[in-house]
Write a protein that binds this ligand. Structure first.
Ligand SMILES: Nc1ncnc2c1ncn2[C@@H]1O[C@H](COP(=O)(O)OP(=O)(O)O)[C@@H](O)[C@H]1O
Ligand SMILES: C=C(OP(=O)(O)O)C(=O)O
Ligand SMILES: [K+]
Ligand SMILES: [Mg+2]
Length: 579
């Protein structure tokens, strides 16, 4: 017989006068009472036969000072921490209408000041992304400091994502100019030469030394996946002369691809390492700054992810684990999709570069597949690039952009990302508002219409205990929908049980209680999770009672609310009304 079995617990006669429970026909030693103190309590538990029958010690409150050391304090109403913006949203709109889709904003010159960062936090930014393609480390360090300070002083919980540059081919900066216009028929020189101040007119530097050798006369050169196009007309040593065939605006450090006979050319540049030497220095910087996520550009295989994860594990301070997000933006990453996602802690559908590597009309199907694989493998997924591109310049989005955002929300991706819209656009706050309101609207439409999808969620855990956790979460999410409960509660040390609940995309929000600040920040990226930091014990009854009183004191729940609770210390499902 296996060491764990699923038990129905008979509540005491006072527990639930209206519901009768099946009498368990289990051997007496395994029968244990669910706590009977709260009315309508009903509990299903998988109990290890060897588990300790003695009650756990009372809970302590653990404060994490952010530097890894822990301080034990007495319980009071301030001993539960939640993001201030989410708290206000919950109180104002109720559980049902709280936003489930998370929002990531790229921080650039338009949003790097404290006031602008705070406006984004108030607008619902869950994660701030810094793109190491642009700016200096000192610049990014200041942004990180400002975000951290806002979190500390103002009670936000914005996580930080650092995005690597990667070693794909791109243009240099334009000698300080914000952009340059390429007109039809003009001849421009793309060169690997390093210029000092006197760069000739219509000359663009390229970061990859093998550029002139890789291209051939007649190749098509695409800037930013086709925003501007050139044809290679002549090669003179390190200089490649190109004629503009599709005019447009050249932006600093724009990505370059070249195409021959309708296919992307991958010559020696395909051998460039995914993580360049500059990227490794940026990664050291990210570890030193304890960023929450590192997004890796142009991932080709699972190997590089595994390598980076062990590099981080060997260097980061304990208690501040960093999640590795694989950016899916190349043909190779699509080929090795399942194994890359399996190795990563999450993925990004990086449609900007992906659309430069595969025909544009294939990008929507790729997005659908990436989102599906991530959800099946229980990894958070971000849909990125050009969601609201026109809002870089205009205060309202196009109808097509709103439809695109809706589609990503309808696919139940974990998060949506702003790039240029928030980094250098004129209307970062308005763009964030559009993401927020479209998310809330589509999520409501989906819940009200009971559009529960039939996505198969395969077993992801390998151990029997993990399988039990998965079954518990799947069942709890289903019960939550059928019983129309107000919230799911999950007590989780590592965040894993919370992500398993999130994966089921239930109708109600998921309150995820965790003891560590860094786990709490990382849960910010996942669909439907409202992360709280709270010290708790293995005694679920006392955890629940304490949580109820802390949340009631803050006006976040009220007597009578129906809650389903699960935990990763004690594998159980409990259904109860808040006393
Ligand atoms: N740290 C920064 N400093 C200056 N400009 C930035 C910064 N981050 C982003 N930008 C600007 O915002 C644009 C959009 O950001 P993003 O999509 O992250 O980069 P990219 O366009 O290189 O893929 C960039 O092209 C750049 O012009
Ligand atoms: C998000 C992307 O990456 P980056 O902005 O770093 O090019 C993308 O290519 O869509
Ligand atoms: K990048
Ligand atoms: Mg990219």
């Amino acid at each position: 017989m296996s060491s764990q079995s699923l038990h129905f617990f008979t509540p005491s006669s006072t527990a639930c006068p209206n519901i009768t429970f099946p009498k368990p026909s289990l051997p007496a030693p395994n029968r244990r009472l669910a706590f009977a103190s709260s009315p309508r309590t009903f509990s299903i538990r998988a109990v290890s036969e060897s588990s300790d029958p003695n009650p756990a010690p009372p809970p302590v409150v653990v404060a994490d000072n952010g530097a890894g050391s822990r301080v034990v304090a007495a319980a009071d109403s301030s001993s539960i921490e939640v993001d201030k913006v989410t708290e206000a949203e919950l109180k104002e709109n109720g559980f049902r209408s709280s936003r489930r889709t998370k929002l990531v904003c790229t921080i650039g010159p338009a949003t790097c000041g404290s006031e602008q960062l705070e406006a984004l936090a108030v607008g619902g930014m869950n994660v701030a992304r810094i793109n190491m393609c642009h700016g200096t480390r000192e610049w990014h360090k200041r942004v990180i400091e400002r975000v951290r300070r806002l979190n500390e002083v103002k009670g936000y919980a914005v996580a930080i994502m650092m995005d690597t540059e990667g070693s794909e081919i791109h243009m240099g900066d334009l000698g300080g100019a914000p952009s340059a216009k390429a007109e039809d028929g003009e001849v421009w020189t793309f060169s690997v030469r390093a210029y000092d101040a006197n760069r000739p007119e219509r000359t663009i530097t390229v970061n990859y030394d093998g550029f002139a050798e890789d291209v051939k006369v007649g190749d098509e050169l695409l800037v930013d996946g086709g925003m501007v196009r050139f044809e290679v007309i002549e090669k003179i040593g390190p200089d490649v002369k190109c004629m503009c065939t599709d005019p447009g605006l050249l932006l600093p450090r724009a990505n370059l691809t070249f195409w021959r006979d309708g296919s992307l050319v991958r010559e020696r540049n395909a051998m460039l390492p995914t993580i360049s030497s500059k990227d490794w220095l940026d990664i050291d910087f990210g570890i030193a700054e304890s960023v929450d996520f590192i997004a890796v550009s142009f991932v080709k295989s699972a190997e590089v992810i595994n390598h980076l994860k062990s590099y981080i594990a060997a260097r980061s301070r304990d208690n501040s684990d960093i999640s590795v997000i694989a950016k899916i933006e190349s043909i190779d990453s699509l080929k090795n999709l399942e194994e890359i996602i399996q190795a990563s802690d999450g993925a990004m559908v990086a449609r900007g570069d992906l659309g430069a590597q595969i025909p544009l009309e294939q990008v929507p199907a790729a997005q659908q597949r990436i989102v599906q694989v991530c959800r099946q493998l229980n990894k958070p997924v971000i849909v990125a690039s050009q969601l609201l591109e026109s809002m870089i310049e205009y205060p309202t989005p196009t109808r097509a952009e709103v439809a695109d955002v809706s589609e990503a929300v309808r696919q139940r991706s974990d998060a949506l990302m702003l790039s240029g819209e928030s980094a250098m656009g004129q209307f970062p706050d308005k763009a964030l508002t559009v993401l927020r309101s479209v998310s809330v609207r589509i999520e409501k439409w989906w819940r009200d219409g009971k559009h529960h999808e039939a996505m198969e969620l395969p077993a992801v855990g390998s151990s029997f205990s993990d399988r039990i956790s998965e079954e518990i979460c799947t069942s709890a999410a289903k019960m939550a929908n059928n019983l129309e409960v107000d919230a799911l509660f999950v007590y989780t040390k590592t965040g894993h049980m919370a992500s398993l609940l999130s994966r089921c995309r239930p109708d109600c929000p998921i309150f995820a209680f965790t003891t560590s600040t860094s786990v709490r920040r990382r849960l910010n990226l996942q669909w439907g999770l409202i992360p709280f930091r709270l010290g708790f014990s293995d005694d679920m009854e006392s955890n629940l009672n304490r949580t109820f009183s802390l949340l009631k004191a803050r006006g976040m729940i009220k007597s009578g609310d129906l809650v389903i609770a699960v935990s990763d210390m004690l594998q159980s499902i409990q259904v109860m009304n808040v006393p």
